[in-house]
Ligand binder design. Structure first.
Ligand code: ARG
Length: 260
């Protein structure tokens, strides 16, 4: 009898927690019921996220978002945000997911949920071709450095040089135009830029004035982010990612955008 009660209690407890998992976290059901997966993106980041010649969203993260959505049985819908608004919108649930070359960091993981990693990032230095003084991060002290605001590039720069020497930029869009980060490097307002490797490759490709210096000097991984309460959604995203990785789709997407 006592044994029966104890077993009964465990059974009840187990069912209670199964129930509470689904009933307190409707995030996955909400997405499925709406038929849409709304994804926030800061466009203009190399081949990761861009607008194509027809003004349509394109790039590694866009293809990835579409693959995730199709595995959840819904349509992906992309919404544009500036980078400095992108992480806050995860907290106020304006989107279901953010896919935007976001580096998984311990600090960010306090305010958002991350999927498993899907891309190997890492910071590099850009300088002008002909600059022979900057050959590694050791040469960056007392140099004027440009970074995109609130990124791991800014964090890396702050470890290297004093904040007064760092200029922050809201976006990479129009970076070659007046007041853009690349323009400022070329016109010697900056001595160097610190940026994710993939954007560094994009910025220096077909440009005879600037170059990447050496190899990435940090190890970082990109993850898909969602609101802290969206447990069922992130579990489904991780399942989708597993099949996208194991089935070779992720590699295909990356090759499509990086090997041309
Ligand atoms: N990986 C860097 C970070 O998470 C930079 C990402 C910038 N992404 C973008 N779409 N602008 O801080």
């Amino acid at each position: 009898m006592i044994l029966g009660l104890v077993l009964g209690f465990f059974w009840w407890n187990k069912n209670k927690s199964d129930l509470s998992n689904t009933s307190t976290d409707p995030s996955l059901n909400n997405v499925k019921n709406s038929g849409k997966l709304i994804i926030g993106v800061d466009f203009s980041y190399g081949v990761m996220e861009l607008f194509d010649a027809n003004g349509q969203p394109a790039g590694v993260d866009i293809d990835l978002g579409r693959e995730v959505a199709s595995r959840l049985g819904v349509q992906a819908e992309f919404k544009e945000f500036d980078w400095d608004n992108l992480l806050p919108i995860i907290e106020n649930k304006e989107v279901d997911l953010v896919i935007s070359s976001i580096t998984i960091t311990e600090d960010r993981a306090k305010t958002m949920l991350f999927s498993s990693p899907y891309f190997n990032g890492g910071q590099v230095i850009l300088t002008k071709i002909g600059n022979d003084t900057i050959n590694s991060i050791n040469d960056l002290k007392n140099q004027k450095i440009g970074v995109q605001i609130d990124t791991t590039s800014q964090e890396a720069a702050q470890k290297i040089t004093s904040s007064t020497l760092i200029t922050t930029y809201k976006t990479w869009e129009n970076s070659k135009e007046k007041n853009g980060i690349i323009y400022d490097l070329k016109s010697d307002k900056l001595d160097a830029i610190i940026v994710d490797y993939i954007q560094g490759v994009d910025s220096t490709k077909n440009d005879s004035e600037i170059k990447i210096v050496g190899e990435p000097f940090t190890q970082e991984y990109y993850g898909i982010a969602t609101n802290l309460s969206n447990n069922s959604l992130i579990q489904a995203v991780n399942e989708a990612l597993r099949s996208i990785k194991n089935g070779g789709t992720l590699k295909k997407i990356q090759d499509k955008w990086t090997k041309s």
